[in-house]
Design a protein around this ligand. Sequence first.
Ligand SMILES: Cc1ncc(COP(=O)(O)O)c(C=O)c1O
Length: 419
Amino acid sequence: MADIFERLVKNYGPLGQHRERACGYFAFPKLEGEIGPHMKFRGKDMIVWSLNNYLGLANHPDIRKVDAEAAAQYGLAAPMGARMMSGNSIYHEQLEKELAEFVGKEDACLLNYGYQGMVSIIDALCSRHDVIVYDAESHACIIDGLRLHPGHRFVYKHNDLEDFEKQMQRASALIEKQNAGGILVITEGVFGMAGDQGKLKEIIALKDKYEFRILVDDAHGFGTLGETGAGAGEAQGVQDEIDLYFSTFAKSMASIGAFVAGDQQIIDYIRYNIRSQIFAKSLPMPYAIGNLKRLEMLRNLPEMRKKLWDNALKLQNGLKERGFDTGNTDTMVTPVYMKGGVEEATAMVMDLRENYNVFCSIVVYPVIPKGHIIYRLIPTAAHTDEDIEITLNAFSKTKQKLDEGAYKGEAIPDMAEAR
Ligand SMILES: Cc1ncc(COP(=O)(O)O)c(C=O)c1O
Protein backbone atom coordinates (compact mmCIF):
# COMPACT_ATOMS: atom_id res chain seq x y z
CA MET A 1 0.00 0.00 0.00
CA ALA A 2 1.24 3.50 -0.82
CA ASP A 3 1.69 6.06 1.90
CA ILE A 4 -0.24 9.14 0.84
CA PHE A 5 2.14 11.58 2.51
CA GLU A 6 5.15 9.94 0.87
CA ARG A 7 3.58 10.53 -2.54
CA LEU A 8 2.85 14.17 -1.77
CA VAL A 9 6.38 15.07 -0.81
CA LYS A 10 7.75 13.43 -3.95
CA ASN A 11 5.84 15.91 -6.09
CA TYR A 12 4.76 19.25 -4.68
CA GLY A 13 2.73 20.08 -7.79
CA PRO A 14 3.26 22.49 -10.71
CA LEU A 15 3.89 25.56 -8.58
CA GLY A 16 5.08 23.91 -5.38
CA GLN A 17 8.01 22.35 -7.23
CA HIS A 18 9.63 25.81 -7.38
CA ARG A 19 9.11 26.57 -3.70
CA GLU A 20 12.71 26.13 -2.64
CA ARG A 21 13.78 29.04 -4.83
CA ALA A 22 10.55 30.98 -4.89
CA CYS A 23 9.00 31.02 -1.42
CA GLY A 24 8.73 34.50 0.06
CA TYR A 25 9.53 36.18 -3.25
CA PHE A 26 7.71 34.81 -6.30
CA ALA A 27 5.31 32.81 -4.13
CA PHE A 28 3.87 33.90 -0.79
CA PRO A 29 5.54 37.35 -0.87
CA LYS A 30 4.79 39.57 2.13
CA LEU A 31 3.71 43.09 1.30
CA GLU A 32 3.92 45.33 4.32
CA GLY A 33 2.42 48.65 5.36
CA GLU A 34 -1.00 50.14 4.83
CA ILE A 35 -2.91 48.49 1.98
CA GLY A 36 -2.64 50.67 -1.12
CA PRO A 37 -0.51 51.40 -4.17
CA HIS A 38 2.56 52.16 -2.04
CA MET A 39 3.76 49.35 0.18
CA LYS A 40 7.02 47.78 1.26
CA PHE A 41 8.43 44.50 0.00
CA ARG A 42 11.54 43.14 1.71
CA GLY A 43 12.25 46.61 3.06
CA LYS A 44 11.92 48.38 -0.31
CA ASP A 45 9.21 50.86 -1.32
CA MET A 46 7.05 49.48 -4.11
CA ILE A 47 4.35 50.66 -6.46
CA VAL A 48 1.90 47.82 -6.10
CA TRP A 49 -0.26 46.60 -9.00
CA SER A 50 -1.54 43.33 -7.64
CA LEU A 51 -4.33 44.24 -5.23
CA ASN A 52 -8.00 44.16 -6.21
CA ASN A 53 -8.56 47.24 -4.08
CA TYR A 54 -10.27 48.77 -7.12
CA LEU A 55 -11.88 51.76 -5.47
CA GLY A 56 -9.11 52.36 -2.97
CA LEU A 57 -11.49 51.65 -0.09
CA ALA A 58 -9.15 49.36 1.84
CA ASN A 59 -7.52 52.15 3.71
CA HIS A 60 -10.16 54.84 3.62
CA PRO A 61 -10.24 56.57 7.04
CA ASP A 62 -14.06 56.33 7.34
CA ILE A 63 -13.92 52.62 6.69
CA ARG A 64 -11.00 52.03 9.03
CA LYS A 65 -12.95 53.86 11.73
CA VAL A 66 -16.13 51.81 11.28
CA ASP A 67 -14.13 48.54 11.13
CA ALA A 68 -12.27 49.45 14.33
CA GLU A 69 -15.38 50.51 16.22
CA ALA A 70 -17.30 47.40 15.17
CA ALA A 71 -14.37 45.19 16.19
CA ALA A 72 -14.12 46.95 19.56
CA GLN A 73 -17.85 46.59 20.18
CA TYR A 74 -18.43 43.03 18.98
CA GLY A 75 -15.09 41.26 18.47
CA LEU A 76 -14.99 38.36 16.03
CA ALA A 77 -17.19 36.01 18.04
CA ALA A 78 -20.54 37.69 17.50
CA PRO A 79 -22.88 36.43 16.27
CA MET A 80 -22.15 32.85 17.30
CA GLY A 81 -23.38 29.92 15.22
CA ALA A 82 -24.78 29.52 11.72
CA ARG A 83 -27.25 32.18 10.53
CA MET A 84 -30.13 29.71 10.56
CA MET A 85 -29.56 28.63 14.15
CA SER A 86 -28.18 31.42 16.32
CA GLY A 87 -25.87 33.51 14.11
CA ASN A 88 -28.25 36.07 12.65
CA SER A 89 -28.33 39.82 13.37
CA ILE A 90 -30.06 42.98 12.25
CA TYR A 91 -26.82 44.00 10.50
CA HIS A 92 -26.69 40.83 8.40
CA GLU A 93 -30.29 41.31 7.34
CA GLN A 94 -29.77 45.01 6.66
CA LEU A 95 -26.75 44.24 4.49
CA GLU A 96 -28.76 41.70 2.47
CA LYS A 97 -31.56 44.20 1.98
CA GLU A 98 -29.22 46.98 0.83
CA LEU A 99 -27.23 44.69 -1.47
CA ALA A 100 -30.41 43.47 -3.15
CA GLU A 101 -31.57 47.04 -3.68
CA PHE A 102 -28.18 48.09 -5.04
CA VAL A 103 -28.05 45.36 -7.67
CA GLY A 104 -31.76 45.69 -8.50
CA LYS A 105 -32.95 42.34 -7.17
CA GLU A 106 -35.70 41.36 -4.75
CA ASP A 107 -33.51 39.68 -2.17
CA ALA A 108 -29.93 38.67 -1.40
CA CYS A 109 -28.25 35.99 0.70
CA LEU A 110 -24.89 36.59 2.38
CA LEU A 111 -22.06 34.12 1.91
CA ASN A 112 -18.97 33.86 4.08
CA TYR A 113 -16.58 33.66 1.11
CA GLY A 114 -17.00 34.01 -2.62
CA TYR A 115 -15.20 30.83 -3.56
CA GLN A 116 -16.98 28.65 -1.04
CA GLY A 117 -20.30 30.38 -1.66
CA MET A 118 -20.24 29.80 -5.42
CA VAL A 119 -19.36 26.12 -4.99
CA SER A 120 -22.27 25.74 -2.64
CA ILE A 121 -24.78 27.75 -4.71
CA ILE A 122 -24.21 25.42 -7.66
CA ASP A 123 -24.71 22.46 -5.34
CA ALA A 124 -27.89 23.94 -3.90
CA LEU A 125 -29.44 24.87 -7.26
CA CYS A 126 -28.91 21.81 -9.41
CA SER A 127 -30.23 18.27 -9.17
CA ARG A 128 -28.92 15.28 -11.12
CA HIS A 129 -31.17 15.86 -14.13
CA ASP A 130 -30.14 19.48 -14.55
CA VAL A 131 -27.48 20.40 -17.09
CA ILE A 132 -24.93 23.17 -16.55
CA VAL A 133 -23.53 25.09 -19.53
CA TYR A 134 -20.51 27.21 -18.61
CA ASP A 135 -17.68 29.31 -20.04
CA ALA A 136 -14.32 27.57 -20.44
CA GLU A 137 -12.45 30.33 -18.62
CA SER A 138 -14.65 30.28 -15.54
CA HIS A 139 -13.03 30.95 -12.17
CA ALA A 140 -11.97 27.98 -10.04
CA CYS A 141 -14.99 28.47 -7.75
CA ILE A 142 -17.32 27.69 -10.66
CA ILE A 143 -15.20 24.77 -11.85
CA ASP A 144 -15.09 23.33 -8.35
CA GLY A 145 -18.84 23.83 -7.91
CA LEU A 146 -19.30 21.77 -11.06
CA ARG A 147 -17.43 18.93 -9.39
CA LEU A 148 -20.29 18.65 -6.90
CA HIS A 149 -22.86 18.50 -9.67
CA PRO A 150 -24.10 14.95 -10.17
CA GLY A 151 -25.59 15.68 -13.60
CA HIS A 152 -24.18 16.62 -17.00
CA ARG A 153 -22.25 19.75 -17.86
CA PHE A 154 -21.20 21.25 -21.18
CA VAL A 155 -18.42 23.76 -21.54
CA TYR A 156 -18.38 26.37 -24.32
CA LYS A 157 -15.27 28.08 -25.68
CA HIS A 158 -14.59 31.31 -23.88
CA ASN A 159 -17.12 33.99 -24.90
CA ASP A 160 -17.79 32.10 -28.15
CA LEU A 161 -21.47 32.46 -28.96
CA GLU A 162 -21.43 29.93 -31.76
CA ASP A 163 -20.06 27.30 -29.44
CA PHE A 164 -22.43 28.46 -26.70
CA GLU A 165 -25.35 27.71 -29.00
CA LYS A 166 -23.87 24.34 -29.90
CA GLN A 167 -23.63 23.40 -26.22
CA MET A 168 -27.12 24.73 -25.55
CA GLN A 169 -28.45 22.49 -28.31
CA ARG A 170 -26.68 19.48 -26.79
CA ALA A 171 -27.99 20.38 -23.33
CA SER A 172 -31.56 20.92 -24.59
CA ALA A 173 -31.51 17.60 -26.49
CA LEU A 174 -30.28 15.76 -23.41
CA ILE A 175 -32.99 17.22 -21.25
CA GLU A 176 -35.61 16.29 -23.81
CA LYS A 177 -34.28 12.74 -23.86
CA GLN A 178 -34.24 12.51 -20.06
CA ASN A 179 -37.66 14.09 -19.92
CA ALA A 180 -36.47 15.84 -16.77
CA GLY A 181 -34.28 18.70 -15.61
CA GLY A 182 -33.45 22.23 -16.75
CA ILE A 183 -30.42 24.23 -17.87
CA LEU A 184 -28.28 26.55 -15.73
CA VAL A 185 -25.84 28.79 -17.63
CA ILE A 186 -22.91 30.09 -15.60
CA THR A 187 -20.54 32.80 -16.72
CA GLU A 188 -18.64 35.75 -15.32
CA GLY A 189 -19.39 39.46 -15.60
CA VAL A 190 -15.68 40.18 -15.96
CA PHE A 191 -13.06 37.52 -16.54
CA GLY A 192 -10.48 38.32 -13.92
CA MET A 193 -7.41 37.19 -15.82
CA ALA A 194 -7.98 38.63 -19.30
CA GLY A 195 -10.24 41.51 -18.24
CA ASP A 196 -12.88 40.96 -20.93
CA GLN A 197 -16.54 41.09 -19.97
CA GLY A 198 -18.72 38.03 -20.31
CA LYS A 199 -21.12 38.29 -23.26
CA LEU A 200 -24.12 38.67 -20.96
CA LYS A 201 -26.21 40.70 -23.39
CA GLU A 202 -25.79 38.24 -26.24
CA ILE A 203 -26.33 35.18 -24.05
CA ILE A 204 -29.42 36.67 -22.45
CA ALA A 205 -30.82 37.54 -25.89
CA LEU A 206 -30.76 33.79 -26.58
CA LYS A 207 -33.34 33.26 -23.85
CA ASP A 208 -35.84 33.68 -26.70
CA LYS A 209 -34.41 30.62 -28.38
CA TYR A 210 -33.42 28.35 -25.46
CA GLU A 211 -34.85 27.81 -22.02
CA PHE A 212 -32.34 28.41 -19.25
CA ARG A 213 -31.55 30.28 -16.07
CA ILE A 214 -28.35 32.31 -15.81
CA LEU A 215 -26.02 32.74 -12.84
CA VAL A 216 -23.36 35.46 -13.20
CA ASP A 217 -20.21 35.70 -11.09
CA ASP A 218 -19.50 39.43 -11.17
CA ALA A 219 -16.65 39.48 -8.64
CA HIS A 220 -14.72 42.10 -10.64
CA GLY A 221 -17.68 44.02 -12.11
CA PHE A 222 -19.47 44.75 -8.84
CA GLY A 223 -18.69 48.32 -7.80
CA THR A 224 -16.59 49.01 -10.89
CA LEU A 225 -18.89 48.72 -13.92
CA GLY A 226 -22.20 50.31 -14.85
CA GLU A 227 -23.74 53.71 -14.28
CA THR A 228 -24.23 53.13 -10.54
CA GLY A 229 -21.55 50.48 -10.05
CA ALA A 230 -24.09 47.64 -10.02
CA GLY A 231 -21.84 45.67 -12.34
CA ALA A 232 -21.46 44.10 -15.77
CA GLY A 233 -25.21 43.46 -16.12
CA GLU A 234 -25.91 47.15 -15.61
CA ALA A 235 -23.09 48.12 -18.00
CA GLN A 236 -24.58 45.86 -20.69
CA GLY A 237 -28.19 46.86 -19.98
CA VAL A 238 -29.30 43.37 -18.91
CA GLN A 239 -29.15 43.46 -15.12
CA ASP A 240 -32.88 42.66 -14.81
CA GLU A 241 -32.51 39.54 -16.95
CA ILE A 242 -29.74 38.05 -14.82
CA ASP A 243 -31.51 35.38 -12.76
CA LEU A 244 -28.86 35.14 -10.08
CA TYR A 245 -26.23 37.80 -9.53
CA PHE A 246 -23.19 36.90 -7.44
CA SER A 247 -20.24 38.91 -6.16
CA THR A 248 -17.54 38.72 -3.53
CA PHE A 249 -16.69 41.59 -1.15
CA ALA A 250 -13.00 40.80 -1.65
CA LYS A 251 -12.43 43.19 -4.55
CA SER A 252 -14.10 46.62 -4.85
CA MET A 253 -15.36 46.33 -1.24
CA ALA A 254 -11.84 45.46 0.01
CA SER A 255 -13.24 43.12 2.62
CA ILE A 256 -14.36 39.53 3.11
CA GLY A 257 -17.67 37.86 2.34
CA ALA A 258 -19.92 37.59 -0.69
CA PHE A 259 -23.56 37.50 -1.72
CA VAL A 260 -26.00 36.14 -4.24
CA ALA A 261 -29.07 38.13 -5.29
CA GLY A 262 -32.21 37.29 -7.24
CA ASP A 263 -35.95 36.70 -6.94
CA GLN A 264 -37.10 36.47 -3.33
CA GLN A 265 -38.43 32.89 -3.60
CA ILE A 266 -35.19 31.59 -5.09
CA ILE A 267 -32.99 33.40 -2.59
CA ASP A 268 -35.13 31.94 0.18
CA TYR A 269 -34.64 28.50 -1.34
CA ILE A 270 -30.86 29.09 -1.35
CA ARG A 271 -30.95 30.39 2.24
CA TYR A 272 -32.55 27.17 3.46
CA ASN A 273 -30.45 24.82 1.33
CA ILE A 274 -26.95 26.22 0.92
CA ARG A 275 -24.67 23.91 2.84
CA SER A 276 -21.70 26.31 3.08
CA GLN A 277 -23.87 28.66 5.16
CA ILE A 278 -26.10 26.22 6.98
CA PHE A 279 -23.15 24.25 8.32
CA ALA A 280 -20.81 27.17 9.04
CA LYS A 281 -20.60 30.07 11.45
CA SER A 282 -21.99 33.29 10.00
CA LEU A 283 -19.91 36.33 8.99
CA PRO A 284 -18.56 38.05 12.10
CA MET A 285 -20.40 41.24 13.07
CA PRO A 286 -17.54 43.63 12.17
CA TYR A 287 -17.68 42.21 8.64
CA ALA A 288 -21.42 42.82 8.36
CA ILE A 289 -21.08 46.36 9.74
CA GLY A 290 -17.91 47.12 7.78
CA ASN A 291 -19.52 45.89 4.57
CA LEU A 292 -22.58 48.09 5.17
CA LYS A 293 -20.23 51.08 5.37
CA ARG A 294 -18.40 50.03 2.21
CA LEU A 295 -21.66 49.64 0.32
CA GLU A 296 -22.76 53.10 1.45
CA MET A 297 -19.51 54.58 0.13
CA LEU A 298 -19.71 52.62 -3.07
CA ARG A 299 -23.22 54.02 -3.64
CA ASN A 300 -22.45 57.59 -2.63
CA LEU A 301 -18.98 58.21 -4.03
CA PRO A 302 -19.15 57.65 -7.80
CA GLU A 303 -15.98 59.75 -8.09
CA MET A 304 -13.99 56.74 -6.83
CA ARG A 305 -15.24 54.69 -9.78
CA LYS A 306 -14.45 57.54 -12.14
CA LYS A 307 -10.91 57.81 -10.79
CA LEU A 308 -10.45 54.04 -11.16
CA TRP A 309 -11.46 54.28 -14.81
CA ASP A 310 -9.27 57.35 -15.46
CA ASN A 311 -6.31 55.46 -14.05
CA ALA A 312 -7.14 52.26 -15.91
CA LEU A 313 -7.39 54.08 -19.24
CA LYS A 314 -4.19 56.04 -18.64
CA LEU A 315 -2.34 52.83 -17.85
CA GLN A 316 -3.83 50.87 -20.75
CA ASN A 317 -3.38 53.65 -23.31
CA GLY A 318 0.19 54.19 -22.12
CA LEU A 319 0.95 50.51 -22.52
CA LYS A 320 -0.61 50.39 -25.99
CA GLU A 321 1.28 53.52 -27.10
CA ARG A 322 4.50 51.78 -26.07
CA GLY A 323 3.58 48.77 -28.19
CA PHE A 324 2.44 46.39 -25.46
CA ASP A 325 -0.25 43.82 -26.10
CA THR A 326 -3.10 44.15 -23.59
CA GLY A 327 -5.37 41.65 -25.34
CA ASN A 328 -9.15 41.96 -25.22
CA THR A 329 -9.63 43.74 -21.94
CA ASP A 330 -12.58 46.12 -21.82
CA THR A 331 -12.40 46.65 -18.08
CA MET A 332 -9.82 47.92 -15.61
CA VAL A 333 -8.11 44.50 -15.36
CA THR A 334 -4.93 45.02 -17.39
CA PRO A 335 -3.13 41.99 -18.75
CA VAL A 336 0.15 42.45 -20.60
CA TYR A 337 1.06 39.57 -22.90
CA MET A 338 4.71 38.77 -23.58
CA LYS A 339 6.75 35.84 -24.81
CA GLY A 340 9.42 34.10 -22.77
CA GLY A 341 10.22 31.15 -20.54
CA VAL A 342 9.47 30.81 -16.83
CA GLU A 343 13.10 31.58 -15.99
CA GLU A 344 13.04 34.79 -18.04
CA ALA A 345 9.72 35.81 -16.56
CA THR A 346 10.96 35.43 -13.01
CA ALA A 347 14.21 37.28 -13.76
CA MET A 348 12.20 40.10 -15.28
CA VAL A 349 9.84 40.31 -12.32
CA MET A 350 12.85 40.44 -10.05
CA ASP A 351 14.41 43.25 -12.07
CA LEU A 352 11.13 45.18 -11.90
CA ARG A 353 10.99 44.80 -8.15
CA GLU A 354 14.65 45.29 -7.31
CA ASN A 355 15.58 48.04 -9.76
CA TYR A 356 12.37 49.81 -10.68
CA ASN A 357 10.34 49.40 -7.45
CA VAL A 358 7.36 48.02 -9.35
CA PHE A 359 5.50 45.08 -7.85
CA CYS A 360 3.14 43.14 -10.07
CA SER A 361 2.11 39.53 -10.50
CA ILE A 362 2.81 37.24 -13.42
CA VAL A 363 1.17 34.14 -14.79
CA VAL A 364 3.40 31.55 -16.49
CA TYR A 365 3.51 27.89 -17.49
CA PRO A 366 1.85 25.57 -16.38
CA VAL A 367 -1.10 27.92 -15.76
CA ILE A 368 -0.76 29.15 -19.37
CA PRO A 369 1.05 27.50 -22.32
CA LYS A 370 4.85 27.28 -22.35
CA GLY A 371 6.70 30.29 -23.75
CA HIS A 372 4.03 32.82 -22.72
CA ILE A 373 4.07 35.36 -19.91
CA ILE A 374 1.09 37.35 -18.71
CA TYR A 375 1.55 40.30 -16.40
CA ARG A 376 -1.62 41.20 -14.59
CA LEU A 377 -1.83 44.81 -13.51
CA ILE A 378 -4.70 45.98 -11.33
CA PRO A 379 -5.11 49.75 -11.42
CA THR A 380 -7.05 51.27 -8.53
CA ALA A 381 -8.56 54.65 -7.72
CA ALA A 382 -5.67 55.22 -5.32
CA HIS A 383 -2.86 55.10 -7.91
CA THR A 384 -1.36 58.41 -9.04
CA ASP A 385 -0.24 59.68 -12.45
CA GLU A 386 3.33 59.38 -11.21
CA ASP A 387 2.80 55.70 -10.32
CA ILE A 388 1.55 55.10 -13.85
CA GLU A 389 4.42 56.99 -15.48
CA ILE A 390 7.11 55.20 -13.46
CA THR A 391 5.51 51.84 -14.22
CA LEU A 392 5.21 52.50 -17.95
CA ASN A 393 8.88 53.44 -18.12
CA ALA A 394 9.86 50.38 -16.11
CA PHE A 395 7.85 48.18 -18.47
CA SER A 396 9.47 49.71 -21.55
CA LYS A 397 12.97 49.22 -20.16
CA THR A 398 12.47 45.66 -18.93
CA LYS A 399 10.66 44.61 -22.11
CA GLN A 400 13.61 45.84 -24.15
CA LYS A 401 15.92 43.73 -21.97
CA LEU A 402 13.61 40.73 -22.42
CA ASP A 403 13.68 41.14 -26.19
CA GLU A 404 17.48 41.43 -26.14
CA GLY A 405 17.71 38.15 -24.22
CA ALA A 406 19.10 39.79 -21.07
CA TYR A 407 16.99 37.63 -18.77
CA LYS A 408 17.90 34.32 -20.36
CA GLY A 409 19.32 32.21 -17.56
CA GLU A 410 19.73 28.62 -16.58
CA ALA A 411 17.14 28.54 -13.82
CA ILE A 412 14.62 30.47 -11.81
CA PRO A 413 16.63 32.88 -9.62
CA ASP A 414 16.92 31.64 -6.06
CA MET A 415 15.14 34.29 -4.01
CA ALA A 416 13.61 32.13 -1.29
CA GLU A 417 13.62 33.30 2.27
CA ALA A 418 15.62 31.34 4.77
CA ARG A 419 13.30 29.14 6.85
C1 LIG B 1 -14.42 35.58 -10.40
C2 LIG B 1 -14.19 35.28 -8.95
N1 LIG B 1 -15.13 34.59 -8.28
C3 LIG B 1 -14.97 34.29 -6.98
C4 LIG B 1 -13.84 34.65 -6.28
C5 LIG B 1 -13.65 34.21 -4.86
O1 LIG B 1 -13.98 35.19 -3.93
P1 LIG B 1 -13.48 35.12 -2.43
O2 LIG B 1 -12.09 35.69 -2.39
O3 LIG B 1 -14.48 35.93 -1.68
O4 LIG B 1 -13.50 33.68 -1.99
C6 LIG B 1 -12.87 35.42 -6.94
C7 LIG B 1 -11.69 35.91 -6.19
O5 LIG B 1 -10.59 35.51 -6.37
C8 LIG B 1 -13.04 35.71 -8.31
O6 LIG B 1 -12.10 36.40 -8.99
